[in-house]
Design a protein around this ligand. Structure first.
Ligand code: 5GP
Length: 238
């Protein structure tokens, strides 16, 4: 059993603690939600447990499909162990259907199916509000080399295909999502952070009901029953 030692990082939805193994971190998912880069913030008791369980399930299913992630195991209702990573300061977004900032920026109708999955990079920097950047910016800012950029895009697209299948099994359309990658001790680029209704747009495949954080971002209601519905669907396919 691992030991929970000092706090090493506190994010908007998670706290990371060192363990006695220098390469393993202890993650605690928090019962709070934020939007608009932290300008909107609320305590939501129970959200940490739901996101921990959903992310753990998704990472396990990605492992079954041969996709490497930082996830080691779920250790409690709201906690998991992960491999320690040197994080790459990028948000890698993949879009299958037009929504969110894509529709606002490019005046494409929400719900339009894109001709192919689109990969975008955002520079993960709170002080700048995570700006949209291109491959040249990523290289010029020394965030990643050309080879690493190609690998990030290839991995993001492979993860997209795996996630489309994983969500289809629970009658959900994967509209878009955000990934974060890190480098493990061997220097390999691996999927990190979380994959949950906080980081994906998920629409019910029959009704188009929103099953994700847009409910919170747009003040459309309570997210707990929505996240619980996603978890229940996963549990029904175990
Ligand atoms: P958009 O650019 O349309 O706002 O977001 C695209 C996708 O990436 C959505 O699924 C959204 O949930 C996710 N995403 C983008 N930025 C963030 C972020 O800073 N935090 C979280 N949790 N998700 C993000």
């Amino acid at each position: 059993m691992s030991e929970k030692l000092e706090l090493v990082y506190e994010g908007k939805a998670k706290k990371l603690f060192q363990t006695e193994n220098p390469n393993i971190l202890w993650v605690e998912y928090l019962g709070q939600a934020t939007a608009l880069n932290g300008k909107k913030k609320d305590i939501i008791e129970g959200k940490g447990e739901l996101n921990n369980k959903i992310t753990s399930t998704i990472f396990e299913r990605l492992h079954e499909k041969g996709i490497q992630t930082h996830f080691i195991k779920q250790i409690s209702e709201s906690e998991q162990l992960i491999e320690k990573m040197e994080m790459i300061p990028l948000e890698v977004v993949v879009r299958n259907i037009a929504a969110g900032s894509f529709t606002r920026r490019l005046a494409v109708e929400e719900g339009s199916v894109l001709p192919f999955p689109i990969v975008e990079f955002y520079y993960k920097e709170d002080a700048l509000d995570d700006p949209f950047i291109n491959d040249d910016h990523v290289k010029a800012l020394n965030i990643a080399t050309s080879e690493e950029i190609e690998l990030l895009k290839k991995s993001a697209l492979a993860i997209n295909q795996a996630l489309i299948t994983i969500f289809k099994e629970i009658n959900i359309r994967l509209v878009d999502f955000k990934l974060e990658f890190g480098k493990n001790v061997n220097g390999e680029i691996v999927l990190a952070d979380e994959v949950s209704p906080d980081t994906c747009r998920l629409w019910d495949a029959t009704t188009n009901e929103r099953l994700d954080k847009d409910i919170y971002r747009k003040d459309l209601g309570d997210i707990l029953p929505i996240y619980d519905e996603v978890l229940k669907r996963f549990e029904s396919t175990k």
